[in-house]
Design a binder for this molecule. Structure first.
Ligand SMILES: C[S@@+](CC[C@H](N)C(=O)[O-])C[C@H]1O[C@@H](n2cnc3c(N)ncnc32)[C@H](O)[C@@H]1O
Length: 233
């Protein structure tokens, strides 16, 4: 796979390896249920799915073979992990296109995508999330978003397994400065978006649903700390 290299800033350990990212996110969220649900909403017809950003491509494990999948992410290591999964048969779509692109490069969006998926990204790009979603509406008939209610342990996060729940419970008592250091080294620091902006994502169940409705996402499903929303144009 020829992926051009775009350098990003310092990334936490989680964003340095696709394996560590998958191990960590499985503890935090019910990945199986989440991506199964998104795949179910995408459905079985022959469609082109644009996954922005694709991360390690967990979604590809749940998509049917007849789908053309295009994933963008600035993290090159994650794209390479997807290609490895595809070679091993773990990533299911018959055709996979991977690009190390910025998701705000609207000029590069393909004009034949049926569905755009924004999973676990809006909280990374706050306060530009509304701009992203509104622009994306010009490029697909359906958009699926999936976000957690909060990303700071002090707020509404619970976690999926016992380890994640314990770490979150303990870190609720940590001062903000320590949280910032831990984020930088071991947590959600993707090397692209600042802690100050990411940590503004503070919703509860009701206010997150209100944001979804405000963006025109009328079908909403809850999975643990996550809400999936669907927009159809
Ligand atoms: C929490 S991960 C979510 C990935 C995937 N959608 C998932 O659910 O596993 C966030 C990803 O966004 C990528 N990212 C952040 N800002 C980006 C941008 N402006 N353009 C492309 N990728 C970006 C990071 O590299 C990281 O892989």
């Amino acid at each position: 796979m020829a992926v051009k290299t775009i350098n990003t800033g310092f990334r936490s350990i989680v964003y340095r390896s696709g394996y560590i990212y998958n191990w960590t996110t499985k503890r935090l969220y019910d990945q199986h249920k989440k991506f199964m649900s998104i795949a179910k909403i995408i459905g079985n017809g022959s469609k082109k799915v644009l996954d922005l950003p694709c991360g390690t491509g967990f979604l590809t494990h749940y998509l049917p073979n007849n789908i053309i999948y295009e994933g963008w992410d600035l993290n090159r290591k994650f794209l390479i992990k997807i290609r490895k999964d595809w070679n091993r048969g773990k990533a299911k779509p018959k055709k996979i296109i991977l690009k190390q692109n910025n998701i705000f490069d609207f000029d590069e969006y393909p004009d034949n995508a049926d569905i755009i998926v924004f999973c676990d990204i809006l909280h990374h790009i706050y306060p530009n999330h509304i701009d992203l979603v509104e622009n994306a509406k010009n490029f697909a008939k359906k958009i699926i978003i999936c976000e957690p209610v909060a990303v700071r342990p002090q707020d509404n996060m619970n976690g999926h397994d016992a380890l994640a729940r314990t770490v979150i419970k303990i870190s609720k008592y940590f001062p903000e400065r320590l949280i910032k250091i831990l984020d930088f080294l071991f947590a959600d620091n993707d090397g692209i978006n600042s802690f100050e902006q990411r940590s503004c994502w503070k919703y509860n169940n009701e206010s997150l649903k209100e944001l979804y409705y405000h963006l025109g996402f009328n079908k909403i499903y809850n999975i643990l700390d996550d809400y999936i929303g669907v927009w159809e144009g």
